[in-house]
Design a protein around this ligand. Structure first.
Ligand SMILES: [Zn+2]
Length: 502
């Protein structure tokens, strides 16, 4: 099937730099899920559906490198703001997982249990971690005694397991989330935990901005918050099929877990109190959205910053053997020169495939820049640079190549971010007209509806729009005084966002 699709794509018109939207898909005659499966497999990112456990995929070498460069950004942002990386055990004893009652209720239908050690049934069932608030709080009750140790910011990047009963999708809805970055912080006061929430949001903003992934930040409705949190803030983006994807969450946990686990601190005024906590997470959905948001009909389009190969050099040997050798040598020299400047460059010297085939392969893999070298370039002492995002070519004098690559790299990242953001913003509609809102959501977008704040009205809106409530805008909004909830006619205090959700 994948090969057939690949052939099919070869005959289809390309839409350079457009990014895939619902319109482009309809022209391609291909649905986003099929494109996504195809690109993951063909670009050597992720093998999904063949491993004999539902909801579990395999990261392939090129995808694993991409994942690593994406995580490097996240680690840099966390490390530079005082977060420290730790590693907790994968298994959580049942009594610990069950200690915070709301938390366990929220997770009980999706936990995997280890019940045997060898042939012996275990006295205590062990959960494969669905998230680590409980084991960490348990340990913090030993570690943390005084406000002087606070704030404390931990994070780990690990696998978590959730027995998803909905249809699984590669990277988007899996049973083993292989790339769960969970941060957990401890504070001496509610005020300081609120400051931490702001910091976490800022870190995530910068992370997604660097990847050029557009997002909306919403406060999730009370009934849709993280199990055990006071409230949840979420980052959502839109995939090319117009459905919203949650790509990051930030929770203020208050004292719910510290009370359950007796994490007590001595405060400045000598009083003993429970510490305050926050937690926030990001998963491989960041990689999935990076792929989906920027990709086009030729395959991946990767930002320069995270591309496993930033520049590929393709020699175009023609003519006599001597010239051929010179071209090959020049390709290697350029590769080494770029590498010395810290650029991830690769000279594709294979001689069993044609330059044309190489162009297709590297375009499919989304390599941001390609340098072509043939006898003509050699003679003129210049190089041809191809940009993957715009699919344009330009000539550059050889001695300026490093400067030019760096400049184009920045341009590509800025361009991708800007285009993705524009597309995203065009798909957000604020309206009181439910008919219009419903059509808009069906066409692949987010609608913001005036809302009185009552759950019953939100449920009714969900039903009428046939969509999920994402939550209310985080930023303070200027609400017109006469704005009314279209369900009950009462005064609207905010907007409630709706979309079809993954
Ligand atoms: Zn209402």
């Amino acid at each position: 099937m994948f090969i057939a699709l690949n052939l099919l794509l070869g005959f289809l018109p390309s839409f350079p730099g457009v990014g895939l939207t619902k319109e482009v898909y309809s022209i391609l005659g291909m649905e986003f899920p099929r494109w996504f499966d195809w690109v993951l497999r063909e670009a050597d990112i992720y093998d999904y559906g063949r491993y004999p456990i539902k909801g579990m995929g395999v990261w392939l070498p090129y995808g694993f490198k991409l994942r690593r460069y994406v995580l490097n950004i996240l680690r840099r942002l966390l490390d530079s703001t005082g977060h420290e990386e730790i590693l907790l055990p994968l298994l959580i004893p049942e009594p610990i997982l069950a200690k915070e009652s709301e938390h366990v209720r929220g997770f009980e239908d999706e936990v995997y249990w280890v019940t045997h050690g060898g042939l012996d049934p275990l006295d205590i069932k062990l959960a494969l971690r669905p998230t680590s608030e409980t084991p960490l709080s348990y340990m913090e009750s030993f570690w943390i005694k005084s406000y002087k140790q606070l704030p404390k910011k931990y994070y780990q990047i690990v696998s978590i397991f959730r027995y998803e009963t909905k249809a699984t999708r590669p990277m988007l809805r899996v049973r083993e989330v292989t790339t769960f970055k969970e941060a957990h912080t401890l504070h001496e006061s509610f005020g300081d935990s609120e400051r931490q929430i702001k910091e976490a949001i800022e870190i995530y903003r910068r992370f997604f901005d660097e990847l050029g992934i557009p997002y909306l930040i919403s406060k999730r409705p009370e009934w849709d918050k993280f199990a055990g949190a006071i409230y949840t803030i979420a980052f959502d983006t839109l995939l090319p099929d117009g459905r919203a994807l949650q790509i990051g969450t930030v929770h203020n946990l208050g004292q719910n877990f510290t009370k359950a686990f007796e994490v007590r601190i001595q405060k400045r005024d000598q009083e003993i109190d429970y510490a305050w906590q926050t937690s926030y997470g990001i998963s491989e959905r960041a990689v999935a959205s990076l792929i989906s948001v920027h990709g086009d009909s030729k395959g991946l389009v990767l930002p320069f910053k995270v591309a496993p190969i930033q520049v590929v050099i393709v020699p175009i040997p023609a003519g006599k053997e001597l010239i051929k050798n010179e071209v090959m040598k020049e390709a290697t020299d350029i590769q080494d020169m770029l590498k010395e400047s810290g650029i991830r460059a690769y000279a594709d010297l294979r001689d069993d495939i044609t330059p044309g085939e190489k162009f297709n392969i590297w375009e499919l893999k989304g390599v941001p820049l390609r340098i072509d070298i043939g006898p003509k370039e050699l003679r003129a002492n210049q190089l041809t640079i191809f940009r993957r995002d715009l699919r344009t070519k330009e000539k550059v004098p050889k001695q300026e190549i490093i400067k030019e690559v760096m400049k184009l790299g920045r341009e590509i990242d800025d361009g991708l971010r800007k285009k993705a953001k524009e597309r995203f913003q065009n798909r957000i509609l604020r309206t009181s007209n439910l008919e219009k809102a419903k059509k808009h959501i069906e066409g692949g977008g987010i609608a913001e509806i005036p809302w009185c704040g009552k759950r019953e009205c939100a449920d009714k809106l969900s039903e009428v729009l046939n969509a999920d409530a994402l939550g209310t805008p985080l930023e303070t909004q200027k609400i017109p005084a006469n704005l009314k909830c279209p369900i009950c006619g009462g005064k609207a205090f905010t907007y409630l966002r709706f979309a079809s959700k993954y």
